[in-house]
Design a protein around this ligand. Structure first.
Ligand code: 5GP
Ligand code: ZN
Length: 136
């Protein structure tokens, strides 16, 4: 896609610190890392979100996520894998990507959420609503 910054990174039109590349996927350093070594893993074909990417492509991307997580785990005790879809989830770049973020006990990052709760029977109705939305 011509105006996509990650497509331009794939085509090397704009520079990035590439960590790994194969036929279908690319890994490069995030320009504004949450922690040092923060990587982005993307498919080489342009798809916007997890809803758009075909399953076989997604499988290849997740295999690369594991490969890079393995590499990072040699020097980091923990790893957060984050993937956001849509503006409401703060997706900034509309080319599906997985963040692989090296973690250590006191790295100063939160990457967490406020714990909520359900009212009585609310979890049952929400669970039913989700179950009925699953397509076989
Ligand atoms: P999102 O918020 O969409 O999940 O994450 C997009 C990520 O892309 C951000 O963490 C941001 O720092 C990174 N990013 C945006 N533009 C560039 C760029 O030109 N080069 C690199 N290496 N990373 C970028
Ligand atoms: Zn793209």
């Amino acid at each position: 896609m011509s105006d996509c910054i990650f497509c331009k990174i794939i085509s090397k039109e704009i520079p990035s610190e590439i960590i790994y590349e194969d036929e279908n996927t690319l890994v490069f350093l995030d320009i504004n890392p949450a922690t040092k070594g923060h990587c982005l893993v993307i498919p080489k074909e342009h798809y916007e979100t997890i809803l758009d990417v075909p399953e076989d492509v997604l499988c290849k991307v997740i295999k690369t996520v594991k490969k890079i997580s393995s590499a990072l785990s040699k020097t980091n005790p923990g790893m957060s894998v984050v993937q956001s879809n849509g503006r409401a989830a703060h997706q900034e770049v509309d080319h599906i990507h997985f963040h692989v973020i090296p973690r250590s006990e006191n790295d100063g990052q939160l990457l967490t959420w406020k714990a909520g709760s359900y009212a009585e029977n609310e979890s049952k109705s929400i669970a039913n609503e989700i179950r009925s939305s699953i397509t076989p």
